[in-house]
Design a protein. Structure first.
Length: 397
């Protein structure tokens, strides 16, 4: 939606917006984008025509151009579409409405308008606060938790290693928490839930199961349906929108398990989002953490180049993380995704993903500044089978 429609697409736009086979929230998302993004000449002509004859649009879409708002949330969406930033009170009212039994089409308009306008720091904080108020978390009496916060829609151009990283770090003595959803839009890539299911490992669906695995295997996974049921209930709306609203930014930051020290690793995709993420992280109950711009905008660091890296643990500041810095050799990017034995990365030193796995684990272990050499420690638990043991323990009932 950052690109203009062709003249041919504009010619059938009215018909497509009336197509009942397409979800109404998706049609609303498209309409809001057409109205808010800089238009091509053909798009501008279409908008003028629709403003003059709004009856061409389906009734649930019509209020966007007539400005006859059917609800307070629609009126807030109209303000945002006009380019106005919301006050804290307005944003709070808007995000409270997102979690109520409001019309999906109006929710889609509000969320898409915010994203296209670009959320202000106030709007971001209110969105995160609304989610935190509806989330649950579990305190655990352990010294440290490392929260590896991958994007919920996963990766589809690079190997997804989060569960293997978690098992390896657990073998090194670092308890790791992963969290996510069964399938995340819009990317619908590999994520922790999918990797566990393919490996025939049981996905814990109760807090008791989550905490049992944490204590037994040293790592665990929290499904969003447990950690924040209210956000999970919006899954179908977000699928219908086919976009990544602010909810995708803040859902990674809810810290479902917290320890005496809670350290968060999270990421950003585009440079403008860096300051947004740092501002949100500063408001979380963290001991510290790291913000990176890794593969596909995730926390997974590339092994073929340096990666932007901001530390909030110890001596804070900007920098880059590179294999050279920790004595590892850069390797060419590995794009082999469909291998027969993904879990073999924990057992086979020659596995295509092994170097990338080692790199992730060495970075986080070294950043935590635990005793001993990080490279030797990671290699030791991989070679001895201790990492594999932490993996298999996760599968035990």
């Amino acid at each position: 939606m950052g690109r203009s429609l062709t003249d041919e697409q504009v010619a059938v736009l009215t018909h497509r917006l009336a197509d009942e086979s397409e979800p109404m929230p998706m049609r609303m998302t498209l309409l809001v984008a057409i109205l808010m993004l800089p238009p091509s000449p053909a798009e501008s002509d279409w908008v003028n025509q629709v403003r003059q004859s709004p009856e061409q649009l389906s009734e649930p879409l019509r209020w966007v151009v007539t400005q006859r708002y059917p609800s307070p949330l629609a009126a807030l969406a109209g303000r945002v579409m006009a380019g106005h930033d919301l006050t804290e009170v307005e944003a709070t009212r808007g995000f409270d409405s997102i979690f109520l039994d409001e019309d999906w089409t109006i929710k889609a308009a509000f969320l898409e308008a915010l994203r296209l306008k670009r959320e202000t720091p106030t709007e971001n904080v209110v969105a995160m606060r609304a989610c935190l108020q509806r989330a649950s978390y579990q305190p655990v009496d352990v010294p440290l938790i490392l929260d590896l916060s991958y994007p919920y829609d996963g990766l589809n151009r690079t190997p997804y290693l989060a569960p293997f990283v978690a098992a390896t770090l657990a073998a090194c003595g670092v308890r790791v928490v992963l969290h996510g959803v069964p399938e995340g839009c819009p990317k619908n890539g590999d994520n922790t839930h999918r990797v566990l299911t393919r490996a025939n490992l049981p996905v814990p669906m109760t807090w008791e199961g989550v905490l049992t695995k944490l204590h037994h295997a040293g790592w665990t996974y929290v499904d969003q349906s447990i950690g924040c049921p209210a956000l999970s209930a919006l899954h179908d709306l977000r699928v219908a929108m086919v976009k990544r609203p602010v909810l995708a930014t803040v859902e990674k930051l809810l810290l479902p398990i917290r320890a005496q020290q809670t350290v968060l690793v999270t990421s950003y995709t585009h440079p403008p989002y860096r300051e947004k993420m740092l501002g949100l992280m500063a408001r979380l109950p963290l001991t510290g953490g790291w913000l990176v711009r890794g593969q596909e905008g995730s926390v997974q660091l590339p092994l073929d180049r340096r990666c932007p890296f901001y530390s909030l643990l110890g001596e804070s500041g900007d920098g880059f993380m590179s294999p050279d810095r920790l004595g590892l050799v850069r390797v060419e990017r590995e794009d082999e995704l469909t291998i027969q034995n993904p879990v073999g990365v924990l057992q086979d030193a020659g596995h295509p993903w092994r170097a990338l796995l080692r790199w992730q684990c060495v970075v986080w272990l070294s950043q935590l500044q635990l005793d001993g050499d990080a490279v030797s420690r990671v290699d030791g638990v991989l070679q001895s089978g201790q990492a594999w043991e932490c993996w298999t323990r996760f599968g035990e009932q």
